[in-house]
Ligand binder design. Sequence first.
Ligand SMILES: Cc1ncc(COP(=O)(O)O)c(C=O)c1O
Length: 368
Amino acid sequence: MVEMVEHGTLNYEELLVYGYTPGDLIVFSSNVNPYGPPPAVTAALHREIDRDAISRYPDRLSLDLRSRLATHHGVPENAIIVGNGTADLMWLLAFLFLRGKRVVIFSPTFGEYRNIVNLAGGQWQPVCHPGWVRQPDGVYTPFDTGVEEATAALAAQQAEVVFLCNPNNPTGQHWTEDVVQRFYEAAPRALWVIDEAYTEFTPSPWSAVGWHARGNVIALRSMTKDFSLGGLRLGYAVAPAELVVQMQHAQPPWNVNALAQIAGITALEQLAWRRETMARLRRECASLQQALVERGFAPMETTTNYFLTPVTDAAQVRKQLLAQRLMVRDCTSFGLPRYIRIATQRPEQNRVLVEALARLRLPGTQGA
Ligand SMILES: Cc1ncc(COP(=O)(O)O)c(C=O)c1O
């Protein structure tokens, strides 16, 4: 059996053990916009249900959505493929492009990249994000390394495929276009997968979508985070047209359902809503961090809605909070057993978490 890395979203088996329903919890472990989905999306879904969207087969190629995404990003339509969330597209990438490949993964990061490389029988090597070092036991610790070191480590690997999450989950670091260009130059012949699931949460959301024209760069864009469509599932890739054709051939037919397509089309008309909620979340994230600092914690800097906070034992902290119906991300599976990741929620919910954390009284929980 291939070893699989766990996720931080709701684990429904675990909920059964606790006797909880999803609505019983305040979920700080999933990085979804807590203000969504946009009301216009919900209204459009209701309308489409009344118009038979549930019975009719969906457009297999999501042509309408694809065309609007192309206009939105200023890229050709044939550079876009829509998926049932970006996780779906990652598995497609694994099936087509990762078999037996030598893959570099900028780490610590989202565990799904490792999972798909393992499932595809490839070999993965971590290259540390600047600011981190990997210990022999696989644990990552903060370290004073820069772009130079990461670039040199990547160049030494002769990777055939590179995964870069930008901004990175779970660290919240966001590399500028210049820095990513320097990384790219260290492996210019590799296939690059740049996961931009959280780009829109940052104050300066630059995108590598235009890099599809280089012929070896795939940008993954989720719509489940900023537009809060996690349950509906929707994502897309912007990729070289010849790779898009291969992916279309390999994609299970009709796997992007009709309601998800309508949600995506409507969401693209809600950019002002997105801007407003993102700005609000950034302010609330800063307030939450400040409240944690006042309670003796040392949350790490972030560019997104989520951030790492050092604790002595992340698994214990998660467990104790879960007993109080609060779910944070134990970062052990990222190689960060002494960190929890907190995704900013609404102010009243954030206050509940700060109070609960302050009450935990685990040795060393407070402070770095
Ligand atoms: C970095 C990153 N990429 C992709 C995904 C998957 O997103 P989607 O809902 O689009 O499948 C996640 C989900 O947690 C993520 O953290």
